[in-house]
Design a protein around this ligand. Sequence first.
Ligand code: NAP
Length: 282
Amino acid sequence: MHNTPVTVLGLGRMGAALARAFVGAGHPTTVFNRTPREIAGATTAATAGEAVAASPLVVVCVRDHDASRELLAPAAAAMSGRTLADLTSGTPEHARESAAWASEHGADFLAGAIMAVPQGIGRPGATILYDGPDAVFDAHRPTLDVLGRSVHVGVRPGLAGLHDLALLGIMWSAFGGYLHALALMGTAGVRAADFTPMATQWLEVVTGFLPEIGGQVDAADYATDVSSLDINAAGLELLAEASRRQGVGDAVPEPLRALFARAVAEGRGDESVAALVEVIRG
Ligand SMILES: NC(=O)c1ccc[n+]([C@@H]2O[C@H](COP(=O)([O-])OP(=O)(O)OC[C@H]3O[C@@H](n4cnc5c(N)ncnc54)[C@H](OP(=O)(O)O)[C@@H]3O)[C@@H](O)[C@H]2O)c1
């Protein structure tokens, strides 16, 4: 499998990084982009169909699901017998649609979610999550490993995208919390450079809580002798009020304040923070 020919469709920031990694690892690489673009060491195809026909493994990575559909549609006739790995970000529904499209045209399908920036592709630390049939993943893994650590999260189409969005949701919440903290600390003249070491150390403490919270969610057992939900709800009231009084607004803490308040109103005040998952589930 080592020098399997690979086709990369889409040569934006990420697609170009993927193509360069394949070229760098010695895979005969064919590329195609809507707006003509070349990658040193790769063969440029004149059409998407010609690009697809060049390789048993076709990797597509474009802006979004609609762009992927648009780019692949004219190449449908060439898909049969190949594997399509779509690394375009999308919802689980998008992955299901793409899997059905690939199957309709006689192709195997993997959906991938790239947990790295283009500069990280091909380097240690880059992780790409995949869903799709075990045998298809196993067959192409040696080639896909060129891009980063390949992690197969399951068979069902959409699982990789769901992991991606869930993980990014954690990241965006952390960014929101951090930037709110910087705005709040800024009202006291504390600079980000001085506050950030404390924030990163605190995030390590927070990370340490996750296995216990997750365990409680799995067991649906929210008993606690550590920190009750109502104490945290009261803390969030303080954060929202202090934010308003310091003049930075409560846009970041307010949705969480409201969720915690709802959990308390539903009689979960004595339970652990993990019980919030029941309110989120609705
Ligand atoms: N960049 C990152 O850090 C990062 C990280 C993880 C995941 N991703 C995901 O990787 C995917 C690509 O991101 P990117 O950073 O490479 O974006 P980008 O630099 O903006 O490139 C977008 C690509 O999509 C193509 N495209 C857009 N609309 C199209 C259409 N209607 N038909 C055909 N091709 C079309 C563009 O072709 P043209 O050149 O012709 O416009 C270009 O190749 C996204 O789904 C993104 O979420 C990116």
